[in-house]
Design a protein around this ligand. Structure first.
Ligand code: UDP
Length: 235
């Protein structure tokens, strides 16, 4: 197996599927089948899921809600997605634990690093909900931070695009895909891989990132078994 332990970042927006809002049952099923296939290969899997399909803090001010309140709303949105993902995984017979950055004890465990690592060692899929638990962060920063904390080998950023391009491939037909790129080159070209907080944390800790298309069935399994798909960002 190429990796012993991975941190999979799923965007909330992708979970909405074609509807662009809410949770698409088809998308959820595809994700859980892909996660199961990767887990069956023997890799330890931790997941951070975003909340953009429900609420983003940055939207809040438009509704007369201040940014910090909005960010907490966003964190709760990630927890809703995380709960849906947890149930869907359990429906496939997978053991899971949901660990939250905010204390919501009736619903999930608080994040405790040692416990998270123990769950992973026992073969449970660990989902980190409610972000880091602090406003002004994103679920990308959560993914980087948790990945460093649990000593994951790689952050797999699942998106609806199959890698990092010279420009946005959904807007520019001339855009070229990178198979490999260094952290320094991403900075230099100002490419949008993750927000800077998240990206810097990976760079400073030598934690590689792979951006790949999670909406294509089987891609996660291909990655954990060592196929070169997506874009690898490393030193
Ligand atoms: N958020 C936050 N702190 C965190 C993680 C998330 O404040 O540690 C909030 C923030 O408002 C963010 C929202 O939760 O906009 C949803 O997460 P994100 O936008 O990262 O979701 P994605 O784009 O991956 O769907």
């Amino acid at each position: 197996m190429k990796y012993k332990r991975i941190l999979l970042k799923l965007s909330g927006e992708a979970l909405a599927g074609a509807d662009k809002h809410g949770i698409s049952p088809e998308q959820l099923i595809q994700y859980t089948q892909d996660i199961k296939a990767a887990l069956d290969k023997g890799v330890e899997i931790a997941i951070v899921i975003g909340g953009g399909n429900i609420f983003r803090g940055i939207q809040a001010e438009k509704s007369g809600v201040d940014r910090v309140q909005g960010d907490y709303m966003g964190m709760l949105a990630t927890l809703i997605n995380a709960m849906a993902l947890q149930s869907a995984l359990e429906n496939q017979g997978i053991q899971t634990r949901l660990m939250s950055g905010l204390q919501i004890n009736q619903v999930c465990e608080p994040f405790i690093r040692r416990k998270a690592v123990r769950h992973l060692e026992k073969g449970r899929v660990v989902i980190f909900g409610a972000g880091i638990g602090n406003p002004y962060f994103t679920t990308d920063s959560t993914a980087s931070l948790r990945a460093v904390e649990i000593e994951a080998d790689v952050v797999l950023k699942g998106t609806r695009v199959d890698g990092v391009y010279t420009a946005d491939p959904e807007k520019d037909p001339e855009a070229q895909k990178f198979n490999n790129i260094s952290f320094a080159e991403v900075y230099k070209r100002g490419l949008n891989v993750m927000d800077m907080t998240a990206f810097t944390l990976c760079k400073e800790n030598g934690l590689p990132i792979i951006v790949f298309d999670m909406n294509k069935k089987g891609n996660l399994e291909r990655l954990v078994t060592g196929e070169d798909i997506g874009t690898l960002i490393s030193d």
